[in-house]
Design a protein around this ligand. Structure first.
Ligand SMILES: O=C(O)[C@H](CS(=O)(=O)O)OP(=O)(O)O
Ligand code: MG
Length: 237
């Protein structure tokens, strides 16, 4: 089984996805928010690229969520903080989500056979599911504004470690994947501080969102597997 790790959403546009499982990672914060929303009982999460599309898809009972410039979008019920996604706000409801990087990365990966949204919060379950599929894997680090973001690379390393735990004795990773595997080895006891020191982490800290960084750094708090089905992400765990 081959695993390729892509460093940012821009590179995903030219990647080969055919017959592969795509695992999209945006640890700060979109895929962490998706994992949290599904854990809180949202019926699905529909990622869309633009604010206008989100408003167009909205029907009564849906929840509009997302950010621009890290802040909740005017007129939306929720932002991109995982802790806003609790049963009281999302249980039984479809969340329409648009964020700067993460939702775009998901939409750019739809040429793959299957698309999964993973974060530290649900990485173990996502890796176990992908291992069972026995397809080659492409991990897409969403990054930030078309550049690599260390929080996503670190999470890719965590997923690679988790994949290896699932008896993938024939797993072969590309060079960037091997680098992310080593990065996780070095930082596995300092996930939270690495996220705080990252460019995105510092941006969120400035905006008073330190609780999000802590929330997004927890490993395997949830066991859901957000997977793309008929235009949205649902939990198939
Ligand atoms: O608000 C977020 O978490 C980020 C925005 S930015 O990269 O910090 O500008 O969006 P995301 O799509 O979750 O990376
Ligand atoms: Mg991000």
């Amino acid at each position: 089984m081959q695993v390729q790790v892509i460093s940012n959403v821009n590179e995903a546009c030219s990647a080969k996805f055919c017959h592969k499982t795509a695992i999209v990672i945006d640890a700060l914060r979109a895929t962490s928010t998706i994992a949290t929303a599904l854990a809180a009982g949202a019926s699905s999460v529909k990622p869309v690229e633009t604010v206008m599309e989100a408003r167009e898809y909205y029907t009564e009972g849906d929840v509009l969520g997302g950010e621009r410039f890290c802040r909740r979008i005017t007129g939306f019920q929720l932002g991109n903080s995982p802790d806003e996604y609790v049963p009281q706000t999302v249980a039984g409801r479809r969340v329409i989500l648009t964020t700067t990087n993460g939702t775009r990365a998901i939409l750019k990966s739809l040429r793959a056979q299957e698309v999964i949204a993973a974060a530290f919060l649900n990485g173990g379950a996502c890796a176990a599911y992908a291992a069972r599929q026995r397809r080659d894997i492409v991990m897409i680090c969403a990054g930030s504004h078309n550049e690599f973001a260390i929080e996503d690379g670190l999470c890719a390393g965590f997923l690679l470690h988790s994949l290896l735990e699932h008896c993938i004795s024939d797993l072969k990773m590309d060079d960037f994947g091997a680098a992310m595997y080593s990065l996780y080895n070095d930082r596995k006891d300092a996930i939270c501080s690495t996220l705080f020191d990252s460019t995105t982490g510092r941006r969120l800290l400035k905006l008073g969102q330190s609780q999000d960084i802590e929330a997004c750094s927890r490993r395997n708090l949830y066991h859901n597997v957000p997977i793309w089905r008929s235009g949205q992400l649902i939990d198939i765990s």
